[in-house]
Design a protein around this ligand. Sequence first.
Ligand code: ADP
Ligand code: MG
Length: 707
Amino acid sequence: MGSSTTDEPLAPVSFSSLDRPIRFLKGVGPKRAEALGRIRIITVRDLLYHVPRRYDDASTISPIATLDVGMEATVIGRVRSRGTIPTRSGLRIFQAVVRDDSGMITCSWPGQPWLDRRIREGDLLLATGPVRFYHGRQLQPREHIVLARAADTAADGARGTIFVSYPASEDVPQWTLRRLFDEHLETLLPLSEEDEYLGDSERRELGLPTLPEALGRLHRPDTLEQAEFGRRRLAFDELYFLQLVQARARWEKAVATPGIAHGRTNEFIRPLLESLPFELTAAQSRVLREIVADMTSSQRMNRLLQGDVGSGKTVVALFAMLLAVEGGWQAALMAPTELLAEQHAGRIRQWLAPLALRSTLITGSAGAAERRKNLAAVAAGTVPIVIGTHALIQKAVEFPRLGLAVVDEQHRFGVRQRMALGEDASNPDVLVMSATPIPRSLALALYGDLDLSVLDELPPGRKAISTRLYSPARREDVYRLVDAQVAAGRQAYVVFPLVDESEKVDLLSATREHERLARDVLPERRVGLVHGQLTTEERERVMRAFARGEVDVLVATSVVEVGIDVANATVMVVEHAERFGLSQLHQLRGRVGRGSDESWCLLISEGGDEAAKRLKVLCETSDGFAIARADLRIRGQGDLFGEQQHGTRPVLRFADLLSDERLLAEARQRARSLVDADPRLEKAQSARVRGVLERRYADRLRLFGVA
Ligand code: ADP
Ligand code: MG
């Protein structure tokens, strides 16, 4: 192993028996090796870590007499008779009558006449599968094994088993993989020792098996619990090495880069606390303490603030900005759209009025003269608080003393794109705010390089938004409510999933529906339209008109999801609600209920029961984090990670973000302490971890600056 030469920048990766190409394995010729390569099994290690995707639990044996149509069952019995029967369609069915002490049943394998050569009279057979009705009860085995031949009585009293199914391909069928493991697993398992990086005591603390043990149980479990025990070990490894890379990225940004130790004087923070018309919630106070601790330390802050729509992130951000200003620094807040930037600026100006602090707004569309004046004030350092859009990250904006950059990023998972503001020469602290709650585990896995603060409490006195599900047949009821609300001086959104009709589904398109609503349904009302194909200016113009109350009903595609805050809007109608993710719908719902009036979210959906079940989650809870968990459960983590597939962010193979939350927290904490103690993994204590990085995660090695 090359661990003694870790000082060399290009330490050679040492090859071991696990790194041997698969073609050197007995029974694997060049052709098979090629086929295996296509399912990414190139080395012996790849084979060993190619663990089953599915387990069929045939460990519980049922007496044949107890089988009922509709059950899944496993039986063990002797074959009394057997044969192949033809059918009119040309399909040949192999059948065997199996008997145990309690009774008899016919097992039936459609399309597998060749089993005639495998299963003989008198054999002791284990078979597992569904019980169907076809001229009486029939078992249709998904899996079976011949436990013993006729003459062999030793196997009487045989026990059940677990069948494993591997990810296979046309070239590498299931039975090939099973046979490879039958032949080689025993000899290969001990080799996995060399990938062990956890000490015995650490491993026991975590309640995890050794690698040979884990892999053994994954490939050959006696019970499903054993397979799960093995899986947890590989899940930990996966999470640990993911967190290791992220911990390293965090170290680079937060620890290795000199930060600003902001000094707190309370000069502005105290007066703001006193002049605010409300008390901070417990969650706001807690999150603020986390932020203050970061900002006053000499490490650089890189913090993600997650909070549901309306949880009060802006005021938290303002306190953080005041802390920076108290020490003589400037603070900037960047919003995703002009309208939101304006709204932030307006609100912040009000809050700052009693403090006699100046703020300015910088957007792309401001008049040239005014813009020049504002930019000059920023550059002269006379304006401590700057609010704007992405115009803030353009070259023309010069901050002499930027101490804190706040990015209000409301896009789903878009946290990363807007970090550029933090790349100012003064190494400002960075606070990213996200209004899309995602489960904590997903946040930790995606953003392991950021620290996480969560606002999990809404300010008191919020009225719940009545959320209801309608079939298209009851659309009229929906628009009657819209009309009544507009008559009462309120406003409404109507959201569609697409702008134009897609080729296969006759979705009501927003454009067509806008016409219909304006002409036939709500002829008395002012109906506006925004969609993604308008230019930014056109879109902002319509939204601004809506914000000023010059439009009653805003028809929109989901662009409205971001960038608009209109307290007078009380109804959110979503057409084809089944086309949206739950979290997205929750975001849309957050557009209403911003004032003190009763509000509604009306979901129109013609999806089947499945869709209705999903949408009911929304009717039953307003907790964004609960909804995000439900979304993760329903859509699966692959889907969510899929949206984030840039570069080094791998899909998790073994870890399950819903059930492995604690494991992830452990992995993160351990990865961080290792990187903090030895950021380049060059000390003796890191040799094994580094060895595994070299061998198993070579692609991530360069992030450590050692290869
Ligand atoms: P977010 O950005 O998290 O969606 P905002 O910061 O826009 O939420 O806050 C939503 C509303 O709640 C604002 O009108 C804000 O003034 C108000 N608010 C914030 N914190 C509190 C609080 N602790 N008590 C009462 N109202 C609050
Ligand atoms: Mg906000």
